[in-house]
Design a protein around this ligand. Structure first.
Ligand code: KG4
Ligand code: ZN
Length: 345
């Protein structure tokens, strides 16, 4: 049935999944490291790498055991090879190399962002290329036109913080736990999105990119003023962020060759308010809208295995066993570096 084993270890989720050619997720496991990083208020790379190293091998054995399969049943092994925290990426990639060698099957070194970019097609068999993609996670905030497997054109990126990062920083400022995105979303449901006046950086601007640093600073000032309830800050922040995203998407949709579908992926795509706003934009523009279920939005290995399946399906080449882990790896190699974007470019 064309089985690909996927491994994800680029940040703070250790994940393993077996995905069949027909999109069945045959077995999967995901171990979050939230508790290990919570005392530090963010992901500590060294702690993450060690946790991946401890958990990965038993998790692979567990997933294969759950599926009742042996290495010889695999058709390929796919692992995130970047971008991400290099220690964790190396743990996953080296494990995948060993497995591919032992099983004598192709190794697929997958770009984590490609995993997110193609994840909507795992969930939605009717989703065809091309599509406009908003890719919003903890480390990235981009708008891409996706023309096919390996064919990504970036139209916008962030010049400072990623959207998930802005959610996480807002959570920290108003005293919510880590990771912050889901906590901000929950609290925002009880707040008034118009209560706190906050800026919408770059809205209406002729330049294509995102910026969230100014919004974060305004959240900090609003919090420090002592004038606002936390739920109102959360709701107002979320609304400001959504207004930015919708405006930037309008700009990008006008700048790219027409597409029929608008797609959102990445951790922040799990946010219901964000999804509803994008659905509204799609409706107004007469576009089809597609978003993976929340568990496929946040980091997972099914999307990595699926990216491997997509590559197999177009007859794409395997990677050699000496392929290197890449802490930086832009999806669109022709995209210009954006000043201030740091590793997020
Ligand atoms: O894709 P992901 O799991 O990891 C990266 O590749 O970065 O995204 C994680 C990010 C975090 O910043 C997290 O706070 C955010 O996605 N996130 C959310 C929600 N769930 C996760 N942000 C807003 N609302 C959510 N429900
Ligand atoms: Zn991710």
């Amino acid at each position: 049935m064309g089985l690909v084993l996927g491994i994800e270890s680029s940040c703070d989720e250790t994940a393993v999944a077996l995905v069949a050619h027909d999109r069945t997720i045959v077995a999967q496991a995901i171990a979050s490291q939230d508790e290990a990083h919570a005392p530090y208020g963010g992901v500590v790379p060294e702690i993450a790498a060690r946790a991946h190293a401890e958990k990965l091998a038993p998790m692979i054995a567990g997933v294969m055991g759950d599926a009742g399969l042996a290495l010889t049943d695999l058709d390929a092994v796919a692992a995130t090879a970047g971008p991400g925290l290099i220690g964790g990426v190396m743990v996953g990639l080296v494990s995948a190399k060993a497995l591919a060698m032992a099983a004598d099957v192709p190794l697929m070194a997958i770009n984590h962002l490609e995993g997110h970019a193609l994840s909507p097609r795992l969930a939605d068999p009717a989703l065809e290329f091309p599509y406009a993609l908003l890719l919003v996670s903890g480390g990235h905030c981009q708008i891409l036109r996706v023309d096919g497997v390996g064919r990504y054109r970036r139209l916008a990126t962030t010049i400072d913080d990623a959207l998930g990062e802005a959610f996480d920083k807002t959570a920290k400022i108003i005293g919510l736990g880590f990771p912050g995105g889901p906590a901000v979303e929950r609290l925002a449901r009880e707040g008034d999105p118009r209560a706190v006046p906050l800026p919408r950086p770059l809205v209406g601007s002729g330049e294509p990119h995102f910026s969230f640093a100014g919004l974060k600073s305004a959240v900090m000032r609003a919090h420090d003023s002592g004038l606002h309830r936390r739920e109102d800050i959360a709701a107002s922040f979320q609304q400001a962020a959504i207004d930015c995203v919708v405006d930037r998407l309008r700009h990008a949709l006008g700048a790219m060759e027409p597409v029929e579908t608008l797609v959102v992926a990445g951790g922040v795509a799990a946010n219901q308010a964000v999804r509803m706003a994008l659905e509204g934009l799609a409706r107004k523009r007469d576009l089809r809208f597609s978003a993976p279920p929340p568990e496929l939005c946040t980091d997972n290995a099914a999307m990595i295995a699926w990216a491997g399946q997509e590559r197999l399906a177009i007859g794409g080449a395997a990677d050699s066993l000496d392929v290197a882990a890449r802490p930086r790896w832009p999806l669109d190699p022709h995209a210009e570096a954006v000043r201030g974007a740091g590793y997020k470019a």
